[in-house]
Design a protein. Structure first.
Length: 401
């Protein structure tokens, strides 16, 4: 027997600049989770004994983010001891993977209420500090033609013919739309301000949006991956000999920002929600993951979306709103081209270029933003997709109820 999995609520911290001077640097990752777990409990008057598990994504699960932070955060937040916790990593897809795993648990009938989401304190636990074969094993790197993601993004832009101007125009749009969304309070219902242990406010709104950003201003920035290219371009071009040279067109202004943040989503069955006195807001209609070519690495969004759409019996044009993670500007541009999407349905409240990409939490944040915007506009269906390190993609389709 299988059951539908429903979305009951979601919340997130603001995204803080992922540097020592960022406003959330003083908050440990477990403090971010404690803040959200308490908020999720209190705003839903949730009897936490009804929750079976907490599934959290964390891309760099070491040091302060290690030791199965999901379980320790449950205890630190004062939730019932019966609530379990598990931490997992599917690189940048981890936050959405957590939601999909929670939905699978619920749909199987094994569990009735699961909290899913993710955390990443990039100012305190730097990206890549957990090492791994991808970064450190010369044999593996050479055999698989693995290159840094920025090189992959520039290779995609070169292959697809995305000009520097097109990339910068999308980046400027991200900031302008995120600024408008913030000014109109579109993020307000989901945001949980973060205070320190003494009660002083650390951050109440997303910190990296720059409302005055223009494509002309971005044009003055130097490409970020030229120096890396001197070492890795030849490795990528060995896989793609049709390219004479990689044009380095991505930079800090048209790539996702490094930030701190956390997000949670409450997922459950009809019966689980009813027992907790909750009304469902949407159901998960389909979810998919897929592998993709690892040198390009960032192209898994398209096959993952097609796989999820096939599950749902839908076409791309049937989806009202899309959230495509802006790891680099080339990613949404290619995904839109591949699927024939109307840009006016994509990232309508900006994306990670403006708001930042707290790796383990981003997918859950995007899902929550999508749900809120579907409700605000009175629309029915939405899709979230992220490219993933190592050559993977993930996609989830939701439908309001």
């Amino acid at each position: 027997m299988s059951f539908d999995a429903y979305l009951y609520d979601h919340c997130r911290t603001p995204r803080g600049k992922g540097k020592p001077e960022g406003s959330l640097h003083a908050a440990t990752p477990i403090w971010l989770l404690r803040t959200l777990l308490r908020a999720l409990r209190d705003r839903n008057r949730l009897d936490t004994r009804l929750v079976d598990d907490v599934v959290l994504g964390c891309v760099t699960p070491i040091a302060e983010q290690g030791g199965d932070i999901a379980r320790i955060a449950v205890l630190d937040a004062g939730w019932a001891e019966s609530v379990a916790g598990v931490t997992q990593s599917r690189f940048c897809a981890s936050g959405l993977e957590s939601v999909n795993l929670a939905a699978a648990k619920v749909a199987s009938g094994f569990e009735r209420l699961v909290v899913a989401g993710g955390v990443e304190s990039m100012s305190r636990v730097p990206m890549g500090s957990d090492g791994g074969a991808w970064l450190q094993d010369a044999r593996v790197i050479e055999a698989l033609s693995l290159v840094p993601q920025g090189i992959s993004a520039d290779l995609i832009a070169t292959l697809e013919g995305f000009s520097r101007e097109a990339l910068d125009a999308w980046a400027a749009r991200s900031h302008q739309r995120a600024a408008a969304a913030r000014a109109e309070g579109r993020f307000a219902a989901a945001l949980v301000p973060v205070h320190d242990e003494a009660g002083a406010l650390l951050l109440a709104e997303d910190e990296t949006i720059r409302p005055q950003t223009t494509a002309d201003a971005l044009a003055a920035l130097n490409p970020s991956f030229v120096k890396l290219g001197a070492k890795f371009d030849a490795l990528a071009l060995r896989k793609y000999p049709q390219v004479v040279a990689i044009e380095h067109r991505h930079h800090a202004g048209n790539s996702s920002g490094i930030v701190d943040g956390a997000a949670l989503v409450l997922v459950g069955s009809r019966a689980g929600g009813a027992a907790a006195g909750l009304k469902p807001r949407a159901r998960i209609r389909a979810a998919a993951v897929t592998g993709s070519e690892p040198t390009l690495m960032l192209t898994g969004t398209t096959p993952a979306c097609l796989k999820a759409l096939q599950q749902a019996g839908m076409q791309p044009g049937d989806v009202d709103l899309w959230e495509i993670n802006e790891a680099f500007a080339a990613v949404p541009l290619k995904t839109m081209r591949d699927l024939g999407l109307d840009p006016e349905r994509v990232n309508v409240n900006g994306g990670a270029i403006a708001l930042g990409h707290p790796l383990g939490a981003t997918g859950a944040m995007l899902l929550g933003t999508l749900l809120d915007e579907l409700e605000r506009r009175g629309l029915q269906t939405g899709a979230v997709t992220l490219c993933v390190g190592g050559g993977m993609g993930i996609a989830t389709i939701i439908e309001r109820v």
